[in-house]
Design a protein around this ligand. Structure first.
Ligand SMILES: *[C@@H]1O[C@H](CO)[C@@H](O)[C@H](O)[C@H]1NC(C)=O
Ligand SMILES: *[C@@H]1O[C@H](CO)[C@@H](O)[C@H](O)[C@H]1NC(C)=O
Ligand SMILES: *[C@@H]1O[C@H](CO)[C@@H](O)[C@H](O)[C@H]1NC(C)=O
Ligand SMILES: *[C@@H]1O[C@H](CO)[C@@H](O)[C@H](O)[C@H]1NC(C)=O
Length: 418
């Protein structure tokens, strides 16, 4: 148990780098022999998230019931105690529910991000329908709850991915919090929580949907008929060249036999309506034909020179490293990983190009728009030729509204037997 807790601290978010070195580096004995700094807290059940400040190199850990602040050499500086607290699944985010029986409930950290423009730490947890707190970066025990908004998943296991990136320029603050959340059931207070949204970081409007219009806004909901039968797991999020992306695991169709596959979601930063919401499958197929269908973890970084050459890109270009597992069952109908895994690497330039091609293909009248779990699917219609490159402007996406398409094909694979 102790070993697991220590290792968790070391492998995240550098998991992918460690995959290239012998697994020996992860053993506890080695950590001690090499005199590595170690931080552990035997009182804590689990470390959920870790983030390191780019400049101060302070380390923040979101855990069960606690948020830790460590120095760059892993000396404990502060602990914010976040739980257990009196809560009930039947109590709204305002916590006013005099007639509901509350009981001590654990806080599971679901998101931990540094807001660099405003120098603060944002932490979101499962308590109180998934609210977020804002902490002082020099003392995490000093925090406020600036809004009664359900932002993240409300239970210990449902997935949440959150990251800060540019939002529409028309908003008072240019940076927003992008959040992807699995649906956790049909209670009175979770039905309004979008699957993917951009949340405001403006002090006057904290954590609210960044832009709301009459019928649209910076959010996407899975339609009420599909929610229960179409679970989406959010694995990782990042932004690149004017777009935000989520790596997800979803079903291939809403209709049977529904194997699970991995998909990338993309939203244009400038789009206040989320019309630009687009998905492409993320395929990781080994040379022997095995389809590693379930994305487990991912990271955007730079390739080494050899990898760059094999992908046909420059060493400065970003790539998406993603670790996949194959479903336990042959027909991939369960979102449960088998021990076999593979690492696939995609050039972001190729990912970007694939989204653009898919959108153009649709405008040329081929295929359908897919995504019937969000909106009833429609055929693609021939549309006036698009300005290229396809980026930046909301108008273009009025046409591209919510589309699915084909996977990028050029990627490198490394398979890792159990
Ligand atoms: C959240 O709700 C509580 C209880 O109703 C209230 O006291 C508090 O002021 C609210 N917080 C905000 C930021 O509106
Ligand atoms: C969290 O919610 C999901 C979706 O409803 C459910 O499948 C899962 O079992 C829940 N986890 C716990 C620990 O209750
Ligand atoms: C999460 O919300 C759903 C829907 O309201 C509810 O059924 C479930 O019990 C909640 N889970 C927890 C752990 O509060
Ligand atoms: C990817 O594309 C580049 C340039 O088109 C090509 O040189 C390279 O061999 C391809 N790599 C893979 C892994 O398919």
């Amino acid at each position: 148990m102790q070993v697991r807790r220590r290792i968790k601290l070391y492998i995240s978010p550098l998991l992918l780098l460690f995959l290239f070195v012998p697994p020996m580096i992860l053993s506890q004995q080695d950590l001690e022999d090499e005199n590595f700094a170690v931080f552990e807290d035997p009182m804590t059940e689990k470390f959920n998230h870790l983030t390191v400040h780019d400049y101060t190199e302070k380390v923040y850990i979101g855990a069960v019931n606690r948020i830790y602040q460590l120095s760059r050499d892993l000396k404990l500086e502060a602990i914010a105690v976040m739980g257990p607290q009196e809560d009930s699944p039947k109590c709204p985010v305002t916590r006013i529910c005099p007639n509901e029986a509350k009981r001590p409930t654990e806080y599971h950290n679901k998101a931990l991000v540094i807001d660099y423009p405003q120098s603060r730490l944002i932490a979101c947890g499962s308590l109180f329908q998934g609210i977020c707190t804002v902490h002082n970066l020099n003392d995490v025990t000093n925090f406020v709850t600036p809004a009664n908004e359900s932002v993240v998943a409300n239970n210990s296991t449902a997935s949440t991915v959150a990251f800060i990136a540019q939002g529409p320029k028309s908003l008072p603050r240019m940076h927003v919090l992008y959040v992807g959340v699995s649906y956790t059931g049909n209670g009175p207070y979770r039905s309004d929580v979008p699957a993917v949204s951009s949340r405001s970081l403006d002090p006057n409007n904290m954590f609210a949907i960044a832009h709301t219009g009459v019928t649209t806004g910076t959010k996407v909901m899975v339609n009420s008929m599909s929610r229960e039968i179409y679970p989406i797991t959010y694995v990782y999020g990042f932004s690149s060249k004017g777009f935000s992306y989520f790596v997800t695991v979803q079903k291939k169709f809403t209709d049977p036999p529904k194997p699970f596959i991995s998909k990338l979601i993309r939203i244009c930063h400038e789009d206040v309506h989320y019309y630009s919401y687009t998905e492409v499958p993320l395929v990781c197929r080994a040379p022997d034909g095995t389809d590693y269908n379930l994305a487990q973890a991912a990271y955007v970084g730079r390739p080494g020179s050899e990898l760059a050459v094999s992908l046909g890109i420059a060493a400065q270009d970003d790539v998406l490293f993603a670790v996949f597992a194959k479903s336990k069952d042959e027909s991939d109908i369960y979102n449960k990983p088998s021990p076999n895994s593979a690492l696939c690497v995609y050039a972001l330039s190729a990912v970007h190009r694939k989204f653009t091609q898919n959108i153009q293909h649709c405008f040329n009248g081929f295929g359908d728009r897919g995504l019937d779990f969000i909106n009833p699917s429609q055929n693609c219609m021939v549309t006036a030729y698009l300005p290229s490159p396809l980026k930046g402007h909301g108008e273009i996406f009025n046409l591209a509204k919510m589309m699915a398409g084909h996977s990028p094909k050029n990627y490198s694979v490394l398979t890792l037997p159990d």
